[in-house]
Design a protein around this ligand. Structure first.
Ligand code: CP
Length: 357
């Protein structure tokens, strides 16, 4: 039998939920990212990292996915554990109390407690149609799981936060710039014909300010992020020593940027609680006015030899041109996708591992 040293980070956050990076201090997030460095190196040399033998994570996807699903499934396997993929339409759909339908849905309170009897963590993705386009409802669903489950709950993206994406993004930034304090990080709206949630820009802004970057949020009028999120970003800047500003001009924002993250999100005034009904047509018509919010080589030329970032999937030709996304010098697109694997393995090892004495 091959002996293996178990790193001290395994089990160091045993039993905790992971719903939002801002629930953790900068020091704790840094510890996760350090653990992810170790796991990335070991992955590259195919060293054994079976730190969670026999552990099971349930992956409940109300929405589709490429990166999140496959990086979680591969990641838990690398750690010696196992993932169960769960599709809400193939079970009694886990539902909040106010939306129950006899024999079609099952209370999240019950689903959480049942799955807790079988495994070691429950991870959930829910936003958009699955959360009825009521901003905050997806997060409420995940909080309901966290309330009732007896094992850790992980947020694989809801309509407010995408914390694992933010971890991968910060890891990608640190790999370029080990000291990100004071670097200009632009989180910008970029046009897409689809309606995308607020989760990625909101989590980007939070983690950028948590690492004392000079964060600039750029968007047309009507694409404001949640007030509570802006407040948290300002608090992070005050606490950790960076800066945070909001502008309505993409070119102004890109000037001298070290990192740019142009991506789409939806104008929130067309959906509840900011509108009485869900007006997807109205939202689409409004965002169609901003097709010129696109990341091109000319836009990249405004930056300080800045790096291009996107969580994926990027809408090619809309959010950014192919030559930007595929640029070998400055695009971090595929590095970010890979880093999802390493940060998620770190969190699973820390949260699902046994606490050592
Ligand atoms: N970035 C991200 O979450 O990708 P998927 O939607 O493919 O999971």
């Amino acid at each position: 039998m091959i002996s293996m040293t178990i790193p001290s980070y395994v089990g160091s956050m045993a039993g905790k939920d992971f719903l939002n990076t801002n629930d953790y201090t900068q020091k704790e997030i840094a510890a996760i990212l350090t653990a992810s460095d170790d796991l990335k190196k070991k992955f590259r040399r195919r060293a054994s990292t079976e730190y969670l033998p026999g552990r099971t994570i349930f992956l409940l996807f109300y929405n589709r996915s490429l990166r999140t699903r496959n990086s979680f499934e591969a990641g838990i396997y690398h750690l010696g554990g196992h993932a169960h993929f769960l599709s809400p339409s193939d079970m009694y759909t886990p539902t909040l109390p106010e939306d129950m339908v006899p024999y079609q849905t099952e209370a999240i309170a019950d689903v959480g407690r049942v799955l807790s009897r079988y495994g070691d963590a429950i991870a959930i993705r829910v936003y958009g149609d699955a959360a009825k386009w009521v901003i905050g409802r997806g997060h409420k669903i995940i909080e309901e799981f966290a309330r009732w489950s007896n094992v850790p709950v992980l947020n694989m993206e809801d309509d407010v936060y995408h914390p694992f994406q933010a971890l991968a993004d910060m890891k990608s930034i640190l790999e370029v710039t080990p000291k990100p304090k004071g670097k200009k990080f632009v989180v910008s709206y970029a046009y897409s014909g689809g309606l995308k949630p607020l989760a990625v820009p909101q989590s980007c802004v939070l983690i950028g300010t948590q690492f004392a970057m000079d964060v600039v949020l750029a968007h047309p009028k009507g694409f404001e992020l949640e007030d509570s999120l802006i407040k948290s970003a300002r608090e992070n800047s005050d606490r950790y020593g960076g800066s945070f500003e909001v502008v309505n001009d993409m070119k102004e924002a890109f000037k001298d940027a070290d990192f740019v993250y142009p991506k789409a999100w939806s104008p929130k005034s067309f959906v509840p609680p900011y509108n009485i009904t869900v007006d997807k047509n109205g939202a689409s018509e409004y965002q169609d006015k901003f097709k010129d919010w696109k990341c091109t080589q000319e836009m990249m030329d405004l930056t300080n030899k800045g790096k291009y970032m996107h969580c994926g999937p990027a809408d090619r030709g809309q959010e950014a041109t192919d030559d930007v996304i595929d640029n070998q010098t400055y695009s971090l697109y595929f590095e970010q996708a890979e880093n999802r694997l390493h940060v998620q393995k770190a969190v699973m090892a820390m949260i699902m591992g046994s606490k050592r004495r």
